[in-house]
Design a protein around this ligand. Structure first.
Ligand code: FES
Length: 71
């Protein structure tokens, strides 16, 4: 990984970890200031500070494992 490379890593049962320089924007296209180069983006949908992860995924038992039909 180079110093200017940006990566997004999906963590099992957790958020998307973004490492590197990224321009974040809200639905209106306005920039969301985020000085950190490593952030966690919520993908469970229940964070109180969206788009950032606040750890609530652990409390609700969020799972990224798809359930197979019939299980
Ligand atoms: S993924 Fe952590 S609060 Fe949603």
């Amino acid at each position: 990984m180079t110093a200017d490379e940006t990566t997004i890593t999906a963590y099992p049962d957790g958020p998307l970890i973004v490492r590197g320089a990224v321009m974040y924007r809200n639905e209106a296209g306005e920039e969301i200031r985020q000085p950190r180069r490593t952030v966690a983006l919520c993908r469970c949908g229940v964070s109180a500070i969206k788009p950032w992860c606040d750890g609530t995924h652990k409390l609700i038992g969020f799972s990224t494992t798809p359930e197979l039909p019939g299980e």
